[in-house]
Design a binder for this molecule. Sequence first.
Ligand SMILES: C=CC1=C(C)c2cc3[nH]c(cc4nc(cc5[nH]c(cc1n2)c(C)c5CCC(=O)O)C(CCC(=O)O)=C4C)c(C)c3C=C
Ligand SMILES: [Fe+2]
Length: 430
Amino acid sequence: MSRGGKEQPRGMSRRELLRAVGAAGAGFALGAGGTALSTGTLAARPRREIRDGARDQRVPFYGVHQAGIATPQQEHLHFAAFDLTTKSLEDVRELMRAWTEAGARMCAGEPAGEENTSPFMPPEDTGEALGLRPARLTLTFGFGPTLFEKAGEDRFGIKDSRPEALVEIPPMPGDALEEDSCGGDLGVQACADDPQVAFHAVRNLARIARGTAVMRWSQLGFGRTASTSREQSTPRNLMGFKDGTANIKAEDEELMRRYVWVARGDGPAWMENGTYLVARRIRMFIEVWDRVPLTEQERSIGRHKYSGAPIGAEHEFDPVDLEARDENGDPLIPENSHVRLARENEEQRILRRGYSFTDGMDRERGQLDAGLFFICFQRDPRRQFIPLQRRLARNDLLNEYIRHTGSAIFACPPGAHRGGYVGQILLEGA
Ligand SMILES: C=CC1=C(C)c2cc3[nH]c(cc4nc(cc5[nH]c(cc1n2)c(C)c5CCC(=O)O)C(CCC(=O)O)=C4C)c(C)c3C=C
Ligand SMILES: [Fe+2]
């Protein structure tokens, strides 16, 4: 597909014409019905047009780090976890090769595979993103603990390459995890500014995986609940609060190095420049929350609802003063407020990149099944997410209004270079 400056409808290239003639020839061989079908199919063959300005909407797929981590957070998410059905390491390599190739194409605004010249074969792209912009699609791939070892079995002979940091998330107080929303051998985070582009990407990756891996669970997310760049405004979560104010911003490279990217010597070499993704599906009891007085809502979070400022301050980015006290000498930001607990330990900072979700209605309770699909990235979950979540799970005032129903962790290897594939160092080194 042409990627010239101003993209315009154009005639067939010589190569396309030859291909078309070849396919039409096949049609002739099959008789008149076949000819009519193939000619019609070719004449109407769809292509994914890239409109003016769309060039800016492409996030490079290849690079030192995988995209979708430091990338300014997009508006929509489709996350999927997969389980491998094969016992062959070569099949896993082949899958990661195919996912990388298709992923790079889709992020560039191309269909997942070559255009189909045969009317008798299923298309190599499902088609629903044809004509849509690239929408800053990113795909971030990760490996779950069960890829390395499942029920004590070294399934693919790569057990020794498992990073020590890739631990199962231990049970937390108050967890109400549902098996259907937990774990996975492989994880894929698709983010885009168009929900159909994110959906299309996961659907095509699932199609490509057929015979090697099956989808275990998936989660759609609408509306980012963090900002990951100083250029972005802070969005609001479904509790109506600004979320992401104190997040790490990708421009702070020193913070990214310190808290997000795996460094040389942190663990196995194949994870250098990678990171660990933790996902938690957190249901919010929004109907209950909506009956809570404003001051109590603010005291649960530790910030003012409308301005996003720390309690007692005026502006969103005013410093959080944990020592500030009211006229009775009580802390302005309550002891068990979310923000106070979340910022207690400087070593536990994380890059948050979550999304709001709704999965329709919880018929049992007659309430919306909605909440936050929390995603965070970090250099070592044993030192960051796990102790942080343990503290929140024990004491956070928010716990009255939320419940964790899903959990997963993935080691996201570094980015691939052109011609290579994601996870190559791990899978070829084995
Ligand atoms: C284990 C990590 C965290 C979980 C799980 C989590 C859930 C969660 N958070 C909100 C709403 C807000 N969180 C805010 C700040 C904040 N949250 C975490 C971590 C987890 N949150 C951190 C590290 C921070 C930053 C603390 C700081 O350094 O100040 C805020 C305030 C605005 C902001 O800074 O982003 C809100 C609002 C909900 C509703 C929720 C579960 C549903
Ligand atoms: Fe939070």
